[in-house]
Design a protein around this ligand. Structure first.
Ligand code: GTP
Ligand code: MG
Length: 584
């Protein structure tokens, strides 16, 4: 579910674009308390899990991060600006409504500014000072949102202070650029870390995701006062790549909580409500009405599709101003819990995210994953496979879900629809792993492990962290960690699984070869991870037949021979090296 990319300011050199932290120009306009926190946050690596430096400062829980980000988003507005403005005057103009804590610009169908005030009241003040446009022949629906249009009074007479502003980047680098960066890395470990740094969500992109949820919440609140719209999935689980979709959860459970205990004397007051035959029908009705609302009144919400008969009913739409492809669901609390679990795994060891990003990128480069649903493996399943693999190392790099449950206390207890979703939420209570294996070794071993995994009889299970007999005959069985009778990869066909296995074997072979043939003097030749992202040269079907059931050394030997005998027509360059392709 790839999002439409947000515009890229091509004029800046890539390294400068990525490393650049776009600090607000006018700290003076800002509130001092939050500025200090802001600077600290900017100093941390952008997009990384906000957990503090490893092992020393206490790490934030998922709920703490969500709460903080949500509150920040509620004080934030989105403003469509003229292409050239004076940033100084713009901020001065806005600061009449109150001090500004933070701002940044980006491009998506024009120039947008994200402006975070220090106080929520400033947003109301800005709304009160804003007019509804008169539309000439068309009619405007007077919906007062937090998305604004800024007009200049003399557009034909720009002042010298009006200039193009610096924009933050919300799109991943091109595959050509990425491959170049990987070729210039120092080692395979460095390559995996570079890939993570280039593809992970930036601080600004994360802010924009929370803001978009907050804007959708404003619309949903027109019907369901006190509802919450929370991001989940890769936007928050620390495995999100720039350009990934925005999964949102419309949480209506909070509504009841405010009044749940307000009883006095012999009386108990209840709302009169409509009853429907099932929870699923209630979900469909709620999403249907919110879908209509987004379609009719949501500024910039376009292409609204109501997909209500899916296993998990959803409303899909594009949010034009942010550039995100959004999936809105409700009654999907377990997915939120899965996001929290993945966030914990991602934060426990710095190697986890680097490995997951590389495997996801590798799978995408070889069309093992796709943005359209089908019989292919999903990013969610791939992440589970990496977690499982890291649980199987000796000593384990990640704990099993059962051991995280053992560490839980009474406050962590969580049962959703009869499923036990309890695990420890405080990262500081989990002992770090003593395993010191390099990313290079882990990458190679990942491919070896799954290139030889007995998928025909075994299931992958992160709850127990060990292989188990498959309870059903789907080609790939990955147990849903919370709804344990379900298989999250039930959709995967035998041929897609075989393709995965063949490519894993080929990749293990390439990495083993590289041990003997370390980066050539010319860094422009793809090597290590970069070589793995190139189109496969080996005919998968014949390769699979030849390498099956042979010991590793023999497999590698026969693979080598099969590649040699496949002749130069399959390779894209001579001397055994392949050339950089832009189609990763
Ligand atoms: P991207 O490909 O980057 O969007 O990764 P993602 O993790 O966000 O995946 P996706 O958008 O497909 O799904 C969002 C979330 O829904 C996931 O993170 C999971 O929490 C949950 N989810 C997705 N697929 C399944 C599934 O097959 N079973 C279950 N139980 N949950 C799923
Ligand atoms: Mg997603």
């Amino acid at each position: 579910m790839a999002a439409r990319a947000v515009g890229l300011l091509a004029s800046l050199p890539l390294c400068a674009q990525r490393s650049q932290v776009l600090r607000p120009i006018h700290r003076l306009l800002s509130c001092p308390r939050t500025v200090a926190a802001e600077i600290k946050r900017e100093e941390q690596s952008s997009g990384s899990v906000e957990t503090g430096s490893e092992g020393r400062t206490p790490k934030k829980t998922f709920s703490e991060v969500q709460k903080e980000r949500r509150e920040q988003a509620q004080r934030t507005v989105l403003i469509h600006c003229p292409n050239k403005i004076s940033v100084k005057k713009f901020l001065k103009y806005l600061s009449q409504h109150g001090p500004i804590n933070n701002h940044f610009f980006y491009e998506s169908f024009g120039l947008y500014a994200v402006v975070e005030f220090c106080q929520k009241e400033s947003v109301t003040s800005l709304q009160n000072g804003t007019r509804t446009p008169s539309m000439g022949t068309e009619a405007a629906i007077p919906f007062r949102s937090r998305v604004f249009n800024l007009k200049t009074k003399n557009p034909s007479n720009p002042t010298s202070e009006q200039s193009r502003v610096q924009c933050s980047i919300h799109a991943p680098p091109s595959s050509k650029k990425l491959l170049e960066l990987l070729c210039y890395a120092e080692s395979i470990d460095d390559q995996l870390n570079t890939l993570l740094k280039e593809l992970q969500l930036t601080e600004e992109n994360t802010k924009l995701r929370y803001l978009t949820c907050s804007l959708i919440e404003d619309i949903a609140a027109a019907y369901f006062l006190d509802c919450t719209v929370r991001p989940f999935g890769s936007s928050v689980n620390s495995f999100g790549k720039l350009g990934c979709d925005l999964d949102m959860f419309l949480d209506l459970d909070e509504i009841g909580k405010f009044s749940a205990n307000k009883t006095s004397g012999n009386f108990l007051m209840e709302f009169q409500v409509k009853n429907v035959p099932s929870e699923r029908i209630a979900t469909q009705k709620i999403l249907s009405v919110i879908g209509e609302c987004l379609d009719h009144f949501g500024p910039g919400c376009v292409g609204v599709q109501k997909i209500l008969n899916a296993r998990c009913p959803l409303v899909r739409f594009s949010h034009q101003a942010s550039g995100f492809q959004c999936d809105l669901t409700t009654n999907n609390r377990i997915a939120l819990k899965s996001s929290e679990l993945l966030y914990i795994y991602g934060a426990l060891d710095s190697r986890v995210r680097a490995l997951v990003f590389s495997i996801r990128c590798w799978a995408r480069a070889h069309s093992l994953t796709s943005s359209i649903p089908g019989s292919w493996i999903t990013n969610f399943s791939l992440t589970m496979m990496v977690i499982f693999f890291l649980q199987r190392r000796s000593p384990p790099i990640l704990p099993t879900l059962d051991s995280l449950k053992t560490l839980a206390d009474a406050e962590d207890k969580c049962v959703i629809e009869g499923h036990n979703c309890t695990f420890v939420r405080d990262l500081n209570k989990i002992k770090p792993s003593g395993n010191t294996e390099t990313l290079e070794l882990l990458l190679k071993e990942f491919f070896e492990y799954f290139g030889n995994f007995a998928f025909n009889k075994n299931s992958i299970n992160i709850r127990q962290g060990r292989e188990q007999n498959k309870p059903e005959s789907s080609p790939l069985h990955i147990q849903n960690p919370f709804e344990t009778s379900l298989n999250i990869s039930k959709n995967v066909s035998q041929s897609q699984l075989q393709k995965f296995v063949d490519l894993a074997r080929e990749s293990a072979w390439i990495l083993n070869q590289e041990d003997k043939d370390r980066p050539s003097s010319s860094r422009s030749q793809p090597w290590g991870l970069a070589a793995l992202l190139l189109p496969s040269v080996v005919n998968s079907a014949s390769l699979a037949k030849r390498v099956r059931k042979k010991p590793a050394s023999e497999r590698i030997k026969s693979l080598l021979e099969s590649i040699k005998s496949s002749g130069p027509e399959n390779a894209t360059s001579t001397n055994g090296k392949r050339t950089v392709s832009t189609q990763a």
